[in-house]
Design a protein around this ligand. Structure first.
Ligand code: CU
Length: 149
């Protein structure tokens, strides 16, 4: 952990001040809460349009006590989540946060996430720049077609 902090600090020194201003946040959404679930999760696309690698290091949202960055890892036949200190966004690259992969974890929700609600999510990058976007709550299961039963 200490080593990573040092690495991030080093990168900050060599980054341009406007790094995160050329990062786009696209199509972010929050997954609706199921009863008894203490945490929430958010997904979407981050696009780094700069010539430099960028690092997402955290976030904040009014409905949760904290925002962590998580990844899913497979251990044997088990899949579980693990917090990561930073999500690297390579230069000129899209990174997708999606169910079963990288996501932002909303720790200790103050109220359940209900479909149709919209929250402001702030994402924090390693150069200190923050970006805030409106994120809607969507259903757990999203069908890719419109057919209904
Ligand atoms: Cu998680």
């Amino acid at each position: 952990m200490h080593k990573l902090v040092v690495i991030l600090f080093g990168l900050t020194l060599f980054s341009t001040p406007s790094l995160a201003s050329d990062i786009e946040i696209d199509g972010f959404w929050l997954r609706e809460s199921i009863p008894g679930q203490p945490h929430g999760a958010g997904f979407g696309m981050l696009r780094n349009n700069t010539e430099f690698d960028a690092f997402l290091i955290g976030g904040s949202i009014s409905v949760a006590e904290d925002v962590e960055i998580h990844q899913h890892i497979i251990e044997g036949e088990q899949m579980r989540m693990e917090q990561i200190e930073a999500l690297m966004l390579p230069a000129q690259t899209d990174v997708q946060l999606q169910p079963g992969g990288y996501h932002v974890m909303l720790m200790n929700l103050k109220q359940p996430l209900v479909v149709g609600d919209i929250y402001e999510l702030t994402l924090i990058f390693s150069d200190g720049v923050t970006l805030t976007v409106e994120v809607p709550v969507k259903p757990l299961v999203q069908s890719h077609n419109d057919h209904k039963h």
